[in-house]
Write a protein that binds this ligand. Structure first.
Ligand SMILES: [Mg+2]
Length: 307
């Protein structure tokens, strides 16, 4: 099916969509230019596997984005594997599956990979004895407990401070992290995901794990040594596992340069940026060439070949 492709960067019209919130509300036709075959509104071929980001790509808040249902259905009709990759650790894969299914998306639980899964799995396989202090919401804590990972809020016994997207983050948690990292000097800092914020409808958002990592780094002068979300290859490996498809024959579709597109780039896979979430056109056009997506689309409906 896919084979080798010639990555191309669709140069968008900078007069359109300067505000990503506007593009999120009213996707418009692309003014893309394929330097090989001229202007185009769709990819030139099918890939062997389709990996989709969720927040800002498949859905925004509590609604599916335009074209999501139809695009996934067309891919399934051809028997091509589909996976959904989310850096959001505030929901378990089961909750994500139920939520999207309820919204009308056709997906299976085993097609959902998120940072609750990657974090728990990495710790279980690499640091099963490590005492973890999770600055995290219940889905992460419950998954770690279920996996048998030792947890503690005693700074003297903490091996790993795990910073996450935690909407109950407070000074007490920061103090515990500080004591474990700076005073006792025994712990290391890791994070579920590196996202600055989670996109919401209307151009709004919520501060994500990067803000909590930054708070801890600022007072301890330590550096977060590992993240379990995109662009980490951990998530890609888990997503492609069992498909038999190499990264080079798959495509990653997402709304964020630093996570979705960076993961694709690092793995030698095609990265398609959709302008319905985080990144806007100015960010894309000013990014270094090595960090740009291979293609930019305004909505998922433009992703697939028209024929
Ligand atoms: Mg996203």
């Amino acid at each position: 099916m896919a084979g080798q492709h010639s990555p191309w960067f669709a140069v968008p019209d900078p007069t359109l969509g300067a505000d990503h919130a506007d593009t999120a509300r009213s996707p418009q036709p692309p003014s893309a230019t394929n330097h090989e075959s001229g202007p185009t509104a769709s990819s030139e071929h099918w890939f062997d596997a389709y990996l989709f980001d969720l927040d800002g790509t498949i859905h925004l808040g509590d609604r599916l984005l335009p074209g999501a249902v139809e695009t996934v259905a067309r891919i399934r009709d051809r028997g091509i594997p589909v996976r959904f990759l989310s850096n959001n650790p505030t929901h378990s894969p089961a909750t994500i599956h139920q939520r999207l299914h309820h919204l009308g998306l056709d997906l299976r639980l085993d097609e959902v990979v998120n940072t609750v899964l990657t974090t728990t799995r990495w710790l279980r396989e690499n640091r099963p004895e490590a005492v973890v202090f999770p600055i995290a919401e219940q889905p992460v804590i419950e998954a770690l407990r279920a996996a048998g990972q030792p947890l503690s809020d005693d700074p003297a016994s903490i091996d790993i401070v795990l910073a996450s997207y935690d909407r109950s983050f407070d000074y007490r948690k920061l103090q515990t992290a500080f004591d474990a990292l700076w005073f006792h000097r025994r712990a290391t800092l890791m994070s579920t995901n590196p996202d600055r914020f989670c996109p919401y409808p209307g151009g709004r958002g919520e501060p994500d794990a990067a803000s909590i990592v930054a708070a801890i780094e600022a007072c301890t002068q330590t550096t977060c040594e590992r993240t379990f979300g995109k662009p980490s290859p951990l998530m890609l490996d888990l997503a492609l596992h069992g498909t038999g498809v190499p990264a080079s024959a798959a495509v990653m579709v997402g709304d964020r340069l630093a996570t979705d597109i960076a993961m694709a780039r690092a793995a030698g896979m095609t990265g398609v940026l959709v302008l319905t979430g985080d990144a806007g056109l100015p960010e894309v056009t000013t990014a270094p060439e090595a960090e740009r997506p291979h293609r930019v689309i305004r909505a998922l409906a433009e992703l697939l070949p028209t024929a």
